[in-house]
Design a protein. Structure first.
Length: 77
């Protein structure tokens, strides 16, 4: 499956070159955090009205692509 992540942008003049949404000052990291803290999409979009569903989809795809597939033991001591 080939995915066009055309909404994920990087510009050294915006947020120090961090990946952002559509050139806005809204980083991929911030959107991932917002998705986690607002499990209801309606709450997420109320908090971030500039976001669109396709933005969220691409943020999640981009984030998944950046993760390593290695296994990490998460047991607590």
């Amino acid at each position: 499956m080939e995915t066009d992540l055309n909404r994920i942008t990087r510009d050294p003049e915006i947020m120090n070159g961090q990946p952002c949404i559509r050139g806005m000052r809204l980083t991929v990291r911030r959107v991932v955090e917002a998705v986690a803290t607002h499990p209801e999409r309606k709450d997420l979009f109320a908090e971030y009205p500039e976001l669109q569903e396709e933005d969220v989809r691409q943020v999640l795809l981009f984030s998944a692509a950046c993760l390593d597939d290695r296994t990490v033991d998460l047991r607590t001591a």
